[in-house]
Design a protein around this ligand. Structure first.
Ligand SMILES: C[S@@+](CC[C@H](N)C(=O)[O-])C[C@H]1O[C@@H](n2cnc3c(N)ncnc32)[C@H](O)[C@@H]1O
Length: 288
């Protein structure tokens, strides 16, 4: 199942076993993101893509800070859903490589019985998740593709684990922007929303284009978008209203769709980067 990667260097410069079936000639969104977060699970090809992005996005853009803000948003959202709403079951689609403060760890700090299904389509993510997290009575890891949402919802492990008659926390952090427009992300989101019981909550973080409100930033993110699409596969920086549509008719939870550090900040949430620019907008909404 494993092969050696002699000609590739990892984040820590070492040589390790890599799972078979990985395409190591191209960067992957999971590994570039890991590089941005300061992790160790990336290759030279991923670092090159990350550096190219940094160079082209300019000095107002701090990739590591954006990644950390996204993880901090994830933690605040999950805590809110467990403590203030009482959600006890989560589906985390595009869960990524395990890092500090994974969803089940955050949820189970407040409710040890909270259940989480992690979903990703990257083979390296799955190998790492299984090795580091493992399936347990409260955690499952599955391989499925968001582009075919039924394969997530109808997956045997999901159906046996998630009670769709009860509220679910459906989490899509930093993944919907990897769907191209012609993959019809709006329709995909509608299929997911439709399956949820009333009281369920949907949380999204997404690459953000401020448009006419900040034309200088809009120009930068369009340059970033080009690099994503040429070098990394996919990445769409969408406008506020485009992202808002993914929530359908769900009721927005205050303060709505905002730049991540503005979403229910903790007393120690770092908002110092303003008036620089953030790459992500995010929000949460409730099915009535
Ligand atoms: C940037 S990472 C985000 C990780 C984590 N959700 C976070 O916000 O910290 C995006 C993840 O989505 C996964 N992904 C991308 N497209 C996907 C798809 N069509 N189906 C399932 N997972 C996908 C990638 O493999 C990667 O792990």
């Amino acid at each position: 199942m494993f092969s050696r990667a002699h000609d590739l260097s990892w984040g820590d410069g070492g040589e390790r076993h890599v799972p078979a079936g990985l395409d190591l000639s191209r960067p992957s969104s999971a590994r570039v993101y890991d590089y941005m977060l300061g992790g160790k699970d990336h290759f030279a090809v991923d670092r090159a893509a990350g550096e190219l992005l940094k160079k082209n996005m300019g000095p107002g853009w701090d990739s590591r800070r954006n990644g950390l803000d996204n993880r901090a948003f994830l933690r605040r959202v999950v805590r809110y859903l467990v403590r203030e709403v009482g959600i006890r079951q989560f589906i985390d689609i595009g869960s990524g490589l395990p890092t500090l403060g994974n969803v089940h760890e955050v949820a189970q700090e407040s409710d040890p019985g909270a259940r989480v299904v992690y979903v990703d389509n990257d083979p390296m993510v799955l190998v790492h998740c299984r090795a580091l997290l493992g399936d347990s009575p409260t955690t499952k890891i599955i391989s499925a593709d968001l582009r075919r949402p039924e394969t997530v919802l109808d997956h045997e492990a999901v159906r046996g684990f998630i009670d769709f008659g009860q509220p679910v926390g459906l989490l899509l952090f930093a993944i919907v922007h990897h769907l191209r427009d012609d993959e019809r992300p709006g329709d995909i989101m509608a299929v997911l929303r439709d399956r949820l019981a009333p009281g369920s909550h949907l949380a999204i973080s997404h690459f953000f284009n401020p448009g006419a409100e900040r034309p200088e930033v809009a120009a930068k993110v369009l340059a970033g978008e080009r690099i994503f699409n040429e070098k990394l596969g996919t990445g769409r920086f969408r406008h506020h209203d485009e992202i808002l549509r993914y929530f359908g008719d769900f009721e927005p939870v205050e303060p709505g769709l905002v730049m991540l550090p503005d979403w229910r900040p903790d007393p120690d949430t770092d908002r110092s980067m303003f008036p620089g620019y953030h790459m992500f907008a995010g929000g949460v909404a409730r099915k009535g």
